[in-house]
Write a protein that binds this ligand. Structure first.
Ligand code: GLU
Length: 485
């Protein structure tokens, strides 16, 4: 058997480090076993998908060096590799109706209103089962088909068993994964607009693309009974399913933008080297048999062993990544290091030029004029942080309030990190708190840059970026508080 594995991202946002992690595992597994690694775009949720996101995901994975053998950009024998294109060819519809013919699925005519009433009632009754009440499950199949053919709005739902227990042994987990069938919803397979849901599309594609192993994140464990059952009912060869731990923030919560940058392109823009990122990803839940922490992709492919993967939720530790990055950078030869320095500057220069120009005398001034943008942290003094008319406790309180407000806005994703939006937020907080803009602006400037003078404040805040700016604010608050005691 030739191993065939895949990464199947949904192009709904920025390229995520979690996608890179799963892609890396699949890529290693394929290369280790002389198999193929396939990239498939799962874009059935058309309202949320975009071409820009798809392009970014492909370019981020390519940046990491995880080259695929078949995919949307390079084609292959089992294409197309984009689900919307497969849908246009009618690939999913026929399988949904095959299931209906076999009695394994059924058309459901319930309206959205009815579904929300049922749900509201279940919630009010504190029902142990929240989901579709299977109202259409036992309609006469011939009548149901006739209604669907006559154009009555419907979805197709899976008619999974109502009793018994599903059980599966995932090679990475000691205990078999079990689930009561009665707890599972009659999953929608084909939506009212004729588009397949992820569940149907993924099972069909994995089979038609000859996928032998599905290595994916554990968030899909709950869907496993549905996927295996669907594959069996459709007469497909069932791939081996392997569920790996989700990446975690240092506090063990599921990795999130709020606590860690999750966009791969952010790391690229910050100057992280792809070989450092790959090395770091390879240390998550996995280790070198000799406990080495610094190795290249050839070595990774030599030592990779899926069975040694720890599924306990590996922590994405930025400090560790930065440490690995430093090692890789210092290993570069002179020419490569020079090229890297140029690349880092070039990438940000267009954005920084308007901020730097008014203060420059020599080209080399860029080094010290923008140090606070590139550096990891700044070291403001308490004397500089405390503006005229305020004392340390007042400044600490104000910066803390501002920090909280920014964190909240960022986590609710209602703040685009842009100059005008940032300025509006800070100014409205000034009004609300009765602060003099001059004072909070001064404290903010020093907290961000370590200096009393900088390019325009909100351009600076924008250029530093949320992932550096927020920790600097928090550090300034801490420093001021220590001062008090
Ligand atoms: N499209 C799914 C995702 O983006 C893929 C899940 C799977 O690998 O089956 O997470």
């Amino acid at each position: 058997m030739t191993v065939r594995v895949r990464i199947a991202p949904s192009p709904t946002g920025d390229p995520h480090v979690g996608t890179a992690y799963i892609a890396m595992l699949n890529w290693c597994f394929a290369r280790r076993h002389g198999g193929q690694f396939i990239l498939r775009l799962e874009d059935t949720d058309q309202g949320r998908c975009s071409q820009a996101s798809a392009d970014n995901i492909l370019s981020a994975l390519r940046w990491l060096g995880l080259e695929w053998d078949e995919g949307p950009d390079i084609g292959g024998a089992r294409g197309p590799y984009v689900q919307s294109q497969r849908h246009a060819q009618g690939m999913y519809h026929q399988y949904a109706w095959q299931l209906v013919e076999q009695g394994d699925a059924y058309p459901c005519f319930c309206s959205a209103e009815r579904l929300s009433e049922v749900r509201a009632q279940q919630v009010a009754d504190k029902s142990s089962f929240i989901g579709y009440d299977r109202h259409c499950r036992d309609l006469d199949p011939a009548v149901a088909r006739a209604r669907a053919e006559a154009g009555e709005a419907h979805v197709i739902r899976m008619k999974a068993p109502l009793d018994g227990t599903f059980s599966y042994t995932d090679r990475l987990r000691g205990q078999p994964v079990t689930k009561q069938w009665a707890e599972l919803d009659d999953q929608v397979l084909l939506k009212a607009d004729g588009w397949p849901t992820y569940h149907l599309a993924a099972v069909v594609d994995d089979a038609l693309m000859g996928i032998t192993h599905v290595i994916r994140a554990e968030e899909w464990l709950n869907s496993l009974p549905k996927h295996i059952w669907l594959g069996e009912r459709l007469g497909f060869a069932i791939p081996e399913y392997v569920h790996v731990g989700l990446l975690r923030n240092p506090d063990k919560s599921k990795i999130s933008k709020r606590k860690n940058p999750t966009n791969l392109l952010w790391y690229k823009a910050q100057g992280f080297l792809p070989q450092a990122m790959l090395n770091f990803l390879a240390l998550l839940g996995h280790s070198h048999p000799d406990e080495r922490e610094f190795f290249d992709r050839e070595e990774l492919l030599r030592i990779f062993d899926l069975d040694r993967l720890n599924v306990g939720g590996p922590v994405f530790d930025l400090q560790k990544l930065t440490h690995v990055q430093g090692q890789w950078l210092r290993e570069l030869d002179d020419a490569a290091l020079k090229a890297e320095i140029h690349r880092c500057l070039d990438e940000r220069l267009d954005e920084l030029l308007p901020l730097l120009r008014p203060r420059m005398t020599f080209g080399g001034d860029v080094t010290w004029l923008s140090d606070f943008i590139f550096s990891d942290g700044v070291s403001p003094s308490v004397a500089d942080l405390v503006p005229k008319g305020w004392d340390a406790p007042t400044t600490a309180r104000a910066l803390e309030t501002l920090h909280k407000r920014l964190v909240k806005a960022v986590s609710k994703e209602d703040l685009p990190w842009q100059v005008t939006a940032l300025e509006e937020l800070v100014r409205s907080l000034c009004e609300q708190q009765g602060w003099q803009p001059k004072q909070i602006f001064s404290a903010l400037r020093v907290a961000l840059t370590g200096r009393n003078q900088s390019p325009p404040l909100f351009d600076t805040l924008h250029a530093i970026g949320q992932h550096k700016a927020l920790p600097r604010l928090a550090a300034a608050v801490e420093l001021l508080k220590r001062q008090r005691s």
